[in-house]
Design a protein around this ligand. Sequence first.
Ligand SMILES: Cc1cc2nc3c(=O)[nH]c(=O)nc-3n(C[C@H](O)[C@H](O)[C@H](O)COP(=O)(O)OP(=O)(O)OC[C@H]3O[C@@H](n4cnc5c(N)ncnc54)[C@H](O)[C@@H]3O)c2cc1C
Length: 492
Amino acid sequence: MKRRDFLSSAITVTAASSFPVGLGLAADLQAVAPKGDKVTISEGMVSDLQKSIKGDVVLPDSEQYEAARKIWNASFDKRPSMIVQCADSNDVVSAVQFARTNNVLMAVRCGGHSYSGQSTTNGGLVIDLSRMQNAEVDANARTCRIQGGALLGNLDRAAAEYGLATTAGFVSHTGVGGLATGGGHGRLMKKFGLTLDNNLGVEMVTADGRLVKANADENADLYWAVRGGGGNFGIVTQFEFQLYQMDPMVTSFAYTFPIEAAPDVMKFYFEWDAEQPDETASSLGLRRNAQGEAAVAIGGTYIGTPDQAEKALGKLVTFGKPIIGRITSANYVTMQAAADRIYAHGRYYYSKSGFFDRVDAKLPEVMLEYFMKHPTAKAGISAASHGGAAGRVPMDATAYAHRDAKYQISISVDWDKSEDGPGWLKYARDYWSVMEPLSDGGFYVNTTDDDRENTIRKNYRGNYERLVDIKTAWDPDNAFRLNANIPPRRKA
Ligand SMILES: Cc1cc2nc3c(=O)[nH]c(=O)nc-3n(C[C@H](O)[C@H](O)[C@H](O)COP(=O)(O)OP(=O)(O)OC[C@H]3O[C@@H](n4cnc5c(N)ncnc54)[C@H](O)[C@@H]3O)c2cc1C
């Protein structure tokens, strides 16, 4: 059966076997097609979709709509034509089939943390996975099956119940769906690899509305692509992750120095960090406190006890004259959620970042000089250490193409409604324009706001053409286009 026949027969069966359930739609729904033109969806089609799924269809006139349409970053105040809150993978199949049959633009939402607002749309249909957060651990096999709408906290907590862990990011309300399809940087990545390196296989809904498995044995091309290619290839409804035995307690360390010491601290940091073992996850940050006082800090996590950490951290423990310096034992799961409130939902956020495969001699000076130009507490810059196990994976083993990165440097600003948003955007962009020439030109697809085709092509390096082949095979119409998009080849 051809794809179009399959889609229309699936919808016809649904339509014939159900009755409108009274969504209160006074008229047909106006929506937006993938290419931006307007489409009209009949009230009956929408009602049939609601009848056929376990979850809910939320429409603009519904009481739940305002809450349902919001994503983490208030900068993206968009109004989808409908939101399908899926309860299981069958609902995701129905939602994709509905979107394809009615030619509606799809956005896919897990944790809603897309920095570029790709998980919502004006006029399109949001496939919201946030009800799908179930996690099941097989303690003997040391694996976790987790649904595609889960948050990092769901993964960390489920694994920790069995004394296990795997790499996840630094803020526990971030979604597994976006993080694990694009990368997955975190405290454990030097020890256990990126989150996507621990992806053993997925179940996903493809652009033609089928639920398929992708792993090393089945649909291996899709499995390769979904580890780094982001949301381009379909909607993951379930991941299976490798877990590792880990003591629930790790060591947290933080050394803060006066800003006057920054040149020495920064020089020290990059030399010191290069010698650190895989157990150490560190970063260097320039920040200001609420009073506007600037400081430079080295901090991070060591997988081991404070005594072991003290030995491994070596010269850091006695370096310079810190304002505060501490090494403490910390519960890993608690630490993973410690920054949650700093990155609260509903504020305005912007970030520019990139990868650095080497530390240019000028880098500390440039980083510091521009930071000092802005004397308020709003902006910060950090260099997070990469490498270790994540760096030892061959560049073409997965779609993720930045194994050689030594650091990811990020400039972040955030503000609320009453503040000068455009001013902050300009600040971050100007700052990045002086940092970028010192980078290796690569960036993390999960944090970029630059989705121009040429930029994405360059960023995937030698993996790009294979990604285009796989996209062409699995999503020839570019149905999944709200992402760091890899367009399929044009049809002959
Ligand atoms: C506060 C904060 C902290 C962060 N910290 C880290 C960090 O420590 N490490 C790190 O690596 N990254 C980090 N990131 C970046 C993060 O990886 C991306 O923002 C990611 O896209 C968030 O995933 P999400 O599911 O919450 O996003 P969503 O906005 O829900 O989705 C973003 C995109 O991901 C795709 N997607 C989502 N779910 C699925 C799915 N189930 N199947 C297929 N595609 C899907 C879709 O294309 C969607 O447009 C952070 C981001 C924020 C905002």
